[in-house]
Structure formats: C-alpha cells, structure tokens
Design a protein. Sequence first.
Length: 459
Amino acid sequence: MDNSSYLDKESLHILEDALDKLNLAFSNLPLPKPKFQRNEELKRIILEVAVRLQDNYPYFHPLYAGQMLKPPHSVARLAYMLAMWINPNNHALDGGRASSQMEKEAVANIAKMIGWDIHLGHLCSGGTMANLEALWIASKLHPNKKIVASQQAHYTHNRICGVLGLQFESIPSDTNGRININDLQYCLDRGNVGTVIATIGTTALGSVDFLPEILRLQDRYGFRLHVDAAYGGYFCLSENLMQETRHTYDRLKDIDSIVIDPHKHGLQPYGCGCVLFRDPNIGQYYKHDSPYTYFSSAELHLGEISLECSRPGAAAVGLWATQRLLPLIPGGEFAQGLNNSRQAALFLYEKLKADQRFITSSPPELDIVVWIPNANCSTNASKLSKLIFAESARRSLHLALAELPVELFNLSYSKMEIDSPTITCLRSVLMKSEHYEWIDNIWTILDEATMAALQVRPT
C-alpha cells in the first residue's frame, strides 16, 4: 500500500477516460442550456463532507479486523461511479437496458459458481431483502407452515417472519455454532415445518451448517431448504476449507434457494445482495401487471421477478465489471483472495490456541476467529475482553465484541467459574486478502494490548 495515499486516487484518471468514452454515445444530441455552476460552493460542501467522513474507523486498512466491512474493489467503485452519470433503474428495461443485461449476466455467474445452469434470480439491496424474498416464496409454496433456523442464524429471519406473518422457530445450535441436527429432527417429527434455513457462515462465528445431514432429512420430511449464505457463499471457491465444510459447499447445487451478498466477499459497494432459486417456475409468484412499465421489450424485465421496484442499475454494473476482471473460478485471483482470508484466520487461531492467556472457540470454518481471555470466572473474562478491545483500538487495531453462549467454548480444561449464561468475546473478521500478510502485525498489537489490559485485570 502506498503510504503517501491510503485511499486509492490513481484510478481516478481511468474514470475520466471512461466518461469521455461514454459521452460519445450521446454526442448527436443537441446540447442543453448550460446550468449555472456553483463550483466554489460545491467544493466547499464536498470538502466539508470529507471532514465529516473522517469520523470513521479505517475500514479499508488491514488493521481493521472487526466487523464485516471491507472496501469495494477499484473496478467496482469506478464502474458504479460511471453508471451514476446515467443513474439507471433496473426495475424495467425502460430505465436500464444495458445495466439490466449486465445484472442478468452477473447473477448467472453467481448461479454457475454454485452449480446451477438453470435458475431464477436477481440482485437486491442486501441480504435482508434477499432473504425476505426467499421466505416470501417459501410461504407461497408451504402456506401456514413454520420456518425454522438455528439460534446462531441471523436475527433477520425471525424479524422477516414477523413482517410476513409467518411462524418461526429457533433450533438450538451445537458447540460448533451449527444447527443441531438432533434438535432439528425432533422439531420435524412434531410436524408443520415448511422451510428449513441453513446458514453458510453465521455472522458471529462463521459457522457452516452441515448440508449433507439436512438434505438427508429433507428427503425424509419434504421441507423446502433455503440457504442463507450472505456471508459465506463465495467460499465455495476456496481451496483450503476443512473437509466437512467442503462437503457442505459441494451440496449447494441440491438446495432450493440461496442468498449471497456481493457487498461482503464479492468486493462490491453497499447495497448489493443476490437471491437465487433453482426452479425458474418460481417466477409465477412474482407475476404482476403494470400499465406503463414493461412495454419496451417482450423480454422478461427484472421488475417482474423481484419484490423491489426501483433498483440501482449501478450496483449491477459494478458487480459485472468486477466479475469480468476477477472471474468466479477455482484457482483464480478472486478465489486466492478467499484462500488468503481463510489462511489468515487459521494463523491467528493457532497463535491464540497456543497462548494460555486465551481460550478459543471451535476452529474457524471460514475467516472469522472468536476467543475469550482466560480469567477466574466468565464475568471477569467478559470485562477483560472489553479492556483488550479498548487497548487494541488505542494501538489502531480494531477488533469486535460479541456476546455468545458459554457453551460455545470448551472450558472443561480451564479453572474458569461459569457465573453467567453468556460471555463477551473478542471477534476478528479477516475478510481482506491483505490480512494474510498482516497477521504478525495484528498479533504483536494484540499481545501488547493484552498485557496492558492484564495490568488492570478485573477482580
């Protein structure tokens, strides 16, 4: 990284050249009357915006290893900005001919990545809206039946079911943070389950529900299987997963629907989610009429297969351009970035596991590492986590805190007294490819922060 400029400025000249190229397409039009330019006032306000935006964590830097935040790739940022000069709307072809086609191609590439040549899908504003669409379809196919997901599944599923008026039941998780298969089967035996949600990359631990076992239950009970892979979907391209995790990704082609968020590991700006259905006939449930929107082409408009109406074509343009530069293929540059993130998590996990000051959760399945400081009781461990978090931030290492059940940690060999049902943990999301090269730096700062926190150890 060029220390003279932490934020990429070198690519701006490419945007200027691209604008010149785009402008040629409209050069035959008569020029409109020039607008009164208020450049000085514009500059003043934009510089004020820059000052306001300084009140942020350095999400773009490898020392930010806290929440699921990373900068978009330069190609995504440039393509998105270029499209914003036109501001296409991918609801109907009237509003975005080129960007609608680019969306279809980009979504088809994601479908192909998980093994589907035939599919129905589109981009959404993010994982929440994408999951809402999938559960709305589930309610059409299995009306008046329950939706179930694990306790470690994203809270949005329960909330979405509330919005849609659907029954929701939470299934206990095992000590790895996955849905407990025995408890799931017990729930299925009681009946009235229409859809099971499997999570591929829980937001707290990065755990991956074991699809082969869930698919075995689907064969017996006939429920619909939806996968929330908003965080972990792209890891199907990774080459260094645990064998059991790989078995799950190899079965993605057998599920009914899936959500993947390109604005996480897909290197896109917010918001860019994607929902995919294996059966294209699902489109019949979206069918609606519009008196003015869908007449520019007999071809299917994206607005006819989505719940959202106006949708940013710029998001599709950014995703399409990124996939052109970084194809979604095993062994490619994009896949190597995922390998690096995964390896970074393994390196940090091994350092933590070997250090008696810390207690780790189960080994990371993706690129999220969770641990707690060793203490005489779980309450004091929570307090110590917060101290280490603060001391790390003072040294420019930004981690995250998570409140998780104590059962997720193997405390049998420790002398820690369990005096609380949950414990405040330290959590690191190593989703930048550069984290692979920065683990030693991260560990050095974490070591210093921990020693500083131990000097004021809670009693």
